[in-house]
Design a protein around this ligand. Structure first.
Ligand SMILES: [Zn+2]
Length: 283
């Protein structure tokens, strides 16, 4: 499941191919992904210039010159390929369409953007740019973890009185948008907070420590994605997933990486998902 850094990496990879370019042809090859596509999607996309390509949480938003915004969610298995050679940046000829290539956009700069989604948990929709923040997929999202609205005072207030484990609270998209299992595990480890600790019982100074730590884990992953992007361009034109090394995530039984800590990384299941942590370092 792509998390915020992976989606941001995809957005950055798409920028040179999409922003400022016109969609000369939209080929919509099936009626739906997770939900039906909006009515006449191909027609509504064709001829539109992408004025801005931005991100909200795990959604990519393409603002179109006609006043609508295309919302794209990659879901579990969504992949994006860029082919063509606009601006000499992409060295991939257009591949023959594959079975799960559901939407293909031909851009005025020669780029072809292919959305492939074998499991179809992804989603696309169109809505008026002016009110897109109130779209059903975006309306309940909390602040962006890398934005100014996500700060120490906000998080302390948002967690006050909550008796859910901190792990679940940070996964709650209404509290902070875009965090998933991997980066919550990493942030709690760096902040020295047990994933089992009740959110409302953590002292204000310890909650405050979480804010810069969350920003750091995300920023480092986005930077790693930037390097992988350069490799992907040279490889096969696919944007998105990159191998990244984690301190606790998926390291059950591995030595804790805190200097002097004799413990190993433990795994517990919380709300049906694995939490990885060090019981010595995280209280
Ligand atoms: Zn430890």
């Amino acid at each position: 499941m792509p998390e915020l850094p992976e989606v941001e990496t995809v957005r950055r990879g798409l920028l040179p191919a999409m922003e400022g370019a016109k969609i000369v042809k939209a080929n919509v090859r099936r009626p739906d992904l997770r939900w039906p596509f909006p009515e006449r999607m191909a027609e509504r996309l064709t001829g539109q210039e992408v004025t801005t390509l931005r991100r909200r949480s795990k959604y990519i938003l393409a603002d179109l010159s006609g006043g609508e915004t295309l919302i794209l969610h990659l879901g579990m298995s969504g992949r994006i390929l860029i082919s063509g050679d606009p601006l000499g940046q992409f060295h991939h000829t257009h591949p023959a369409p594959e079975k799960h290539d559901h939407v293909v956009l031909d851009m005025s700069n020669g780029a072809r953007i292919t959305f492939n989604d074998a499991r179809r948990f992804g989603a696309m929709d169109l809505g008026p740019t002016a009110t897109i923040e109130s779209h059903k997929m975006l309306a309940t999202l909390g602040p962006e973890p890398l934005g100014n609205a996500f700060n120490e005072a906000y998080l302390i207030a948002a967690l006050k009185g909550r008796m859910t484990p901190i792990k679940a609270a940070l996964l709650d998209q209404r509290i902070v948008a875009g965090l998933g299992n991997i980066y919550v595990c990493e942030a709690l480890y760096r902040a020295g907070i047990s994933p089992k600790r009740k959110a409302g019982r953590i002292s204000a100074p310890r909650i405050a420590r979480l804010v810069p730590v969350i920003r750091d884990v995300l920023t480092e992953a986005i930077d790693a994605g930037g390097s992988s992007l350069r490799d992907y361009r040279q490889a096969d034109g696919e944007l998105g997933y990159f191998q990244h090394t984690f301190r606790v995530y998926d390291r059950e039984g591995g030595a804790c990486r805190t200097e002097g800590c004799p413990n190993v990384i433990h795994r517990i299941v919380q709300s049906g998902r694995s939490s990885f942590y060090c019981p010595t370092c995280q209280r």
